[in-house]
Ligand binder design. Structure first.
Ligand code: GDP
Ligand code: MN
Length: 394
């Protein structure tokens, strides 16, 4: 789960990190008014979307009058900004952050990430931050400095100092950079973040400012952090995933056209592989979990069918705690109440499989029944090709 730049900056401010003065705006008039409140003679109008690389995509506009702020806001609000991180649909801009400009003497990159493999917090910094950080990481790997923090011990002040020295800072800036680094670490740790990135952290005269900040959180852990959950902006998320998560379903959106309803993430992975081997492309997968009721199964169809790209649905259940008869009841319910409208392949195995198959045979004769995982994947791919050729023939 990502949060907006302005929200991340509020968290940084609480730890005493210096930020340019800024305010949020939802309309061009409000943007101009915010600029007048902030004062000064130049401002940056910043599109608040869940993506980096906004600068290169035209989402950060430098303005020299209140009129320019208003025009920039008018241009950005309501537009979909396409960055190299958003995919081609881009993300809708519905909030702007208006900020005073800060003279940039140096741009620094500072990032905190959770390294799952090492079970440590990795801190990465570079003296050449800014919008070209990816190229710098590739072409000048020596300019990158690192520290590893043991979460049991926490970040120690000497580690912040080593980073500051590694960045080539000197004099009073070292102490100020250390404060910014330690403060950022506390923000990362106190809110259980998975990632915190300040790019750029700038040197301006004799001060250090965070000009940008991105944070993301592990969705499975945010229930522990209601203050972070409140910052969620569903309009920035994949609408298919939001629909499912609002209904307590675990869903992953993909790019193909075969919708998958499966129990368990492991079986889901295997099923996606089998679909690919059979020459198909999965549109998504939805995990119904254990002990799924007929209602839950029917609800899953609704979530999978939210995706207009779905041309075939494949249900693959290996029932242990689940019951095939309940799943079959759910399939019948979906056909009756949701209206499935695309070919449906069902493979059932495990607990109450005979009962499940009997229900399908009797009450859902349109279902294509499969015996094995391989059979199911092949039938789903064939059903999709069949649907395609019917369309072509019409
Ligand atoms: P991003 O492209 O999504 O990472 O957005 P940023 O907030 O990092 O803005 C992109 C770039 O705009 C920064 O790397 C800065 O070079 C520039 N920028 C942002 N704020 C200011 C500012 O107050 N003054 C000036 N001169 N440049 C700024
Ligand atoms: Mn940035």
């Amino acid at each position: 789960m990502d949060i907006h730049e302005y929200q991340a900056k509020e968290l940084l401010a609480k730890q005493g990190i210096r930020l340019p003065r800024g305010a949020l705006a939802y309309s061009p008039e409000q943007a101009a008014y915010r600029a007048s409140e902030i004062g000064g003679t130049a401002w940056v109008v910043k599109a608040q979307i869940h993506s980096g690389a906004r600068g290169k995509a035209g989402g950060i506009i430098l303005c020299r009058s209140e009129k320019e702020v208003e025009d920039a806001a008018d241009k950005l609000l309501g537009a979909r900004l396409v960055t190299h991180q958003t995919g081609e649909r881009g993300k809708l801009v519905s909030r702007l952050y208006i900020e005073e400009t800060v003279q940039i003497d140096r741009e620094i990159y500072l990032g905190f990430v959770l390294d799952r493999k090492e079970e440590r917090i990795m801190i990465v910094a570079s003296g050449s931050g800014g919008m070209e950080i990816e190229e710098i990481a590739e072409n000048e790997p020596d300019s990158i400095v690192r520290q590893v923090v043991d979460p049991g011990v926490g970040m120690l002040p000497f580690q912040a100092r080593e980073l500051a020295f590694g960045l080539g800072l000197d004099g009073a800036l070292i102490g100020k950079a250390c404060q910014a680094i330690m403060g950022s670490y506390r923000v990362f740790r106190d809110h259980d973040a998975a990632m915190l990135e300040i790019n750029p952290l700038v040197v301006s005269h004799d001060e250090i400012y965070a000009l940008d900040c991105k944070m993301s959180f592990d969705e499975n852990a945010v229930f522990r952090r209601p203050e972070i959950m409140e910052l969620r902006d569903k309009s920035q998320e994949d609408p298919r995933e939001t629909f499912a998560s609002d209904r307590g379903l675990s869903y992953v959106g993909l790019e193909g056209n075969i919708g998958c309803i499966i129990n368990g993430a492991g079986l889901a992975m295997a099923t996606l592989d089998m679909i690919k081997i059979a020459g198909g492309e999965p549109a998504n997968f939805l995990d119904i979990g254990g002990g799924a009721s007929p209602e839950r199964v029917a609800k899953s169809f609704r979530a999978v069918l939210q995706d207009r790209k779905v041309e075939v649905i494949l249900v693959n259940i290996f029932a242990g705690i689940n019951r095939c008869d309940w799943v079959a009841e759910g399939v019948v319910k979906a056909l009756e109440e949701v209206g499935v409208g695309v070919p449906l392949v069902v493979r059932l195995s495990g607990t109450k499989v005979e009962e499940g198959r009997a229900i399908l045979k009797e009450r859902a004769p349109s279902v294509i029944v499969a015996d094995t995982l391989k059979d199911a994947a092949e039938k789903a791919v064939a059903a999709r090709k069949g649907a395609e050729s019917t369309v072509a023939a019409q």
